[in-house]
Write a protein that binds this ligand. Structure first.
Ligand SMILES: [Zn+2]
Length: 126
């Protein structure tokens, strides 16, 4: 089996959104930065030989209007199913490139541990 990037199955508490409908009916979609992140994750999955599971896309609401999640510029990826979460982050940062993107481990060692990756604030992509 070829390792793939998957979206976490919908459950009662959480729905991973790859588009976002605003109150005025406008549909917001992933930006080129979002697609770049998915491309990098594909390469990381292949390198690790293990699937990567996206647990949050445009559904994240964490840090106000500049939050990269609802703007289609960030993903969260499950790490507690990997033996070496730091290696997942390291490889992701490698494939994303340092100049415009940033990946890091959130809530390390806790049940909510995940990798957050995003376009750096204030950076235009492409
Ligand atoms: Zn996040």
């Amino acid at each position: 089996m070829i390792p793939v990037v998957r979206v976490a199955p919908e459950d009662a508490t959480h729905h991973v959104r790859l588009t976002l409908t605003l109150p005025d009916g406008t549909v917001r979609q992933l930006t080129p930065a979002g697609f770049h992140i998915i491309g990098a994750l594909e390469m990381v999955a292949a390198r690790l030989g293990q699937d990567l599971v996206i647990t949050s896309a445009m559904d994240g609401e964490h840090s106000g209007p500049e939050d990269p999640h609802p703007n289609g510029r960030a993903f969260d990826v499950r790490t507690h199913d990997h033996s070496d979460p730091k290696r997942v982050v390291e490889l992701t940062q490698l494939y994303l490139g340092d100049a415009k993107f940033h990946a890091f481990l959130e809530d390390e060692g806790k049940p909510n541990e995940h990798m957050h990756c995003q376009l750096r604030h204030g950076i235009m992509y492409p």
